[in-house]
Design a binder for this molecule. Sequence first.
Ligand SMILES: [Zn+2]
Length: 390
Amino acid sequence: MDPLEILKDLVAIPSVSPMGRDVSGPEYLETRLSEYLVGFFNRLGVECQRIEVLPGRANVIARLDRTDARTTVLLDAHQDTVPVEGMTIEPFQPVVREGRLYGRGACDVKGGMAAILGAFARLVADRPRRAANVVVSCTCDEEFTAQGAKALARLWSDPARAGSLLSAAPTVAVIAEPTDLNVIVAHRGAIRWKLRTRGRACHSSRPQEGVNAVYKMAEVLLCLERYADELPRMVPAHPLCGPPTISVGRIAGGISVNTVPDECLIEIDRRVTPGENPQTVIPHVTTYLRERLDVDFEMLPPWLDGLTLSDQNNGPWADRLLTHIAAVAGPRQKQGAWYGTNASRIAATGVPSVVFGPGSIHQAHTVDEWIDVNELRQASDIYYRFCADG
Ligand SMILES: [Zn+2]
């Protein structure tokens, strides 16, 4: 089964993440892609489960076992894509031109999913003698809050979820993301939270009677800017992933120009390096600000928890994968990444995890997203060989 034909199917089925916005329409959510995947696995005659994670959003997993296999390989790819506003190509009409397939998700990460599905179909047909057990997971909601990967990891780590196709932990996990066929062994995580200042509203014609929450926030922001400068000197860089960073991405305050604002909120993004304890991140910022400011502020609970991927226990698996990559596509490297992936959720349960797939992260989320067809087929061959090698 040619991964290119599978990829055309996947791109033609929209599965756009709303990214937390209040939007609806046929292009949103993974529902129809999940149906396609269930049909795909049913045609292969393998065991398959559709596990609802959020309303209309499910993980689809399928499993191929071999008697006396000693390892179980988990291959994961997410079903959702980022939105399509501003794209310069037709997002859901897959077009092949000059060795590239264009469309939303071609690179991130329907290409990786097609490569995995092609490899899996080949494993089902060939039944190689030394192959591992193979579980394919197509997870939902990766681009926004990673609920799909969290639910997936609970299948083996939460006894209440027993009875699924993944009730025992896999031996190793390979997560598809565009890596140019390199192997990502470490990446940073993100913690995101809101900081709030409060004031007292009054009519702007008599501002001295109120307390301006925006002025308070201005002081906080200048101090946070200094913190951002000093952070690389306070927390060491990771050899593969670089230094930690912090950025303020949004600000909101006030209801009208003639009212002294009683509240101001900012949203903060802090990238955590492997080896850092995410629990210490917000207290560290809080102490820094309190020591330097005479302004009261409040940290709200984070909505992302800063899980990272560490290279401490995945080295031998990365080496093994690199051997197969070299045989198919020539030498590649172990790398660190500045972005996060589902691998951190799976690695958090102790399963050695690496990130590998066709395409470049530079084509992910772009206005004319594409993937190299040759690399797509090479990746499929590499997934196949990795699983066939027990
Ligand atoms: Zn992705």
